[in-house]
Design a protein around this ligand. Structure first.
Ligand code: PZK
Length: 287
């Protein structure tokens, strides 16, 4: 079988290749970014953790919305997927008030056109999860938009379908994660359409790179929360007085080991599958 992958794009920590007219290969590297800068030190197996987690969620949410996953490769970090027409918006769902949602709320009392109750504190749980789409910035930060702005970019029926699917996916995953001690504070989905015009979930989903994962036992609203996966790396970067501009610092071995352990712990808690079993046979997450 011919299998020449042509590189078609790079994300900060991932690569995208074309396999043929209908299929792409998404490869997750072990690179890590913090404070929006990719660090020079890799976290061994991070790409496998993210790929396995994403595939785990894809397998468990296909009844909510179809997804692009065709096959997991034996390296555990590469996903063969259906090539879609991508929607030009990021579909963000927030269950807690953090990041740009907290900033917007403090400035305006609303987030992406959702008016919120007065008196919420940073990291507070919202009364109900909200859909807060953003534009895909080519450089710099994505910009939050309201429904009317989104409707200039996406057909109304498709937008409504993406909103409904996003909220349902978040509710399903957040409830499952919460039972395993992880709060999914917010998450970003990317959707496309197939040649029938059907909405299809794409990219990676419900991973620590596309979501804010917080350890539930440390949750304390009223300020920022520790990140389940990146906190060691962030704390180290802060401790050495790095100014958060390129280039980032090399991470020492103990910070690398601690960060890797947190990624593996997130994988094992959320999937209930040993990470070594995943590495031996990635398809275990699909069953
Ligand atoms: C697609 N990206 C973002 C991800 C990168 C860039 N199923 C799909 N069909 C068509 N296009 C895409 C997908 C997916 N997923 C995703 N850009 C296009 C991206 C990873 C690395 F360089």
């Amino acid at each position: 079988m011919p299998d020449t992958a042509v590189h078609v794009g790079s994300g900060k920590v991932r690569e995208l290749f074309t396999l043929d007219d209908d299929r792409l290969l998404l490869v997750a590297s072990d690179r890590i970014s913090t404070f929006d800068v990719v660090l020079p030190t890799e976290i061994p197996d991070k790409g496998r953790v993210l790929t396995g987690l994403s595939a785990f969620w894809f397998a468990r949410t296909e009844e909510i919305v179809p997804n692009h996953l065709l096959a997991l490769r034996s390296d555990g970090r590469s996903t063969e997927c259906r090539r879609l027409e991508m929607l030009p918006i990021e579909c963000v769902v927030r269950g807690y008030l953090s990041g740009s949602g907290w900033k917007d709320y403090r400035a305006t009392g609303a987030v992406c056109g959702h008016p919120l109750p007065d008196g919420l504190t940073e990291s507070a749980e919202l009364p109900t999860p909200i859909f807060t789409p953003s534009t895909k910035a080519t450089t710099g930060h994505d910009q939050n938009i309201d429904r009317d702005q989104a409707l200039e970019l996406v057909d109304g029926e498709l937008y409504d379908a993406a909103e409904r699917a996003s909220i349902a996916l978040y509710r399903f995953a957040a409830a499952a994660a919460r039972e395993r001690g992880i709060i999914i504070a917010d998450t970003k989905f990317e959707f496309g359409t197939d040649d029938q015009g059907t909405l299809v979930l794409a990219d990676e989903a419900l991973t620590p790179d596309s979501s804010r994962f917080w350890p539930a036992d440390e949750y304390a609203p009223g300020g920022p929360q520790a990140s389940f996966d990146k906190q060691f790396a962030r704390d180290y970067c802060e401790s050495i007085g790095w100014d958060k501009t390129y280039p980032g610092p090399e991470l020492p071995d103990d910070v690398v080991a601690g960060t890797r352990a947190r990624y593996v712990e997130a994988f094992e808690r959320l999937t209930g599958i040993e990470f070594d079993a995943y590495c031996a046979e990635p398809d275990v997450v699909l069953r």
